[in-house]
Design a protein around this ligand. Structure first.
Ligand code: UDP
Ligand code: MN
Length: 238
């Protein structure tokens, strides 16, 4: 019996949304036992996003989760938090078994990642490539146990990890688990709200020696640079 992976993807409307989700869907299509939870920062379920989900053939949940407008006033806007909170609400809305993973729409994954995160009994962690100055963010191990973190920005966090660098077994998701609206502290706040400690961390990816996910980012073309801004995935309207 294959453990289900709940792959939670926040996404938001911009010219790159459809291509990013198309690319990601073509990775996830190869993964058995995966349920894709896509939460869009938009006031309705976009038919273009829905079509990508349907064409993937994966079991999916499509959520409309627009961020509250006050968030735009913050100096550092917490990105994707409203979406992840909505996805967590859906996941905990009924008893479910499996593993929770947060994978942003612009990340790149190696398919081996899924064999790894499926092993998560409580809280697992592993390296993420292309993070800030150091180029990688990873747990640091001693004698097979996680004793700290290598990360460009430790930031007085208990868990100096990226959103893509951990997975949680739903059996250990606390009912009070919450992701804070605090840029830079989303991961740490979420993991602490679950009551996790460093002793809980199960290192994956060959004792954190393999990079199986990358924090890739793509350039968003400015609207005025785009002669045609696609409001549909078809050109016959133009
Ligand atoms: N995101 C969102 N609303 C926003 C900005 C970002 O839902 O207003 C999502 C985005 O699609 C991504 C995640 O939040 O899945 C992280 O955002 P982004 O990739 O822009 O941040 P970065 O990786 O550069 O920190
Ligand atoms: Mn990103």
């Amino acid at each position: 019996n294959l453990t289900v992976i709940y792959y939670v993807t926040p996404t938001y409307p911009r010219p790159n949304q459809v291509p990013e989700l198309t690319r990601l869907s073509h990775s996830l299509m190869h993964v058995p036992g995966l349920h894709w939870v896509v939460a869009n920062d938009h006031d309705a379920c976009d038919p273009r996003v829905h079509s990508i989900l349907q064409r993937s053939g994966l079991p999916f949940t499509h959520i409309s989760s627009p961020k509250p407008p006050q968030l735009n006033l913050l100096r550092l806007m917490p990105r994707g938090v409203t979406n992840r909170r909505a996805a967590l609400r859906w996941i905990t809305s009924e008893p479910r078994q499996g593993v929770l993973y947060f994978g942003d729409d612009d990340n790149s994954v190696d398919l081996d990642l899924f064999d790894e995160i499926r092993k998560t009994r409580k809280l697992s962690m592993f390296p993420v490539g292309l993070i800030s100055e150091y180029g990688v963010s990873s747990p640091v191990l001693q004698g097979g146990k996680v004793i700290g973190f290598f990360d460009s920005w430790p930031g007085a966090r208990r868990f100096a990890v990226d959103m893509a660098g951990f997975a949680v077994n739903l059996q250990h998701l606390a009912p009070a688990a919450a992701m804070p609206y605090k840029a830079g502290f989303e991961e740490d706040g979420f993991l602490k709200s679950n009551g996790f400690t460093l002793e809980d961390v199960e290192p994956l990816a060959d004792n954190c020696t393999r990079v199986l996910v990358w924090h890739t980012r793509s350039v968003i073309p400015k609207k005025k640079q785009l002669k045609v801004h696609l409001d549909s995935d078809r050109l016959d309207k133009f």
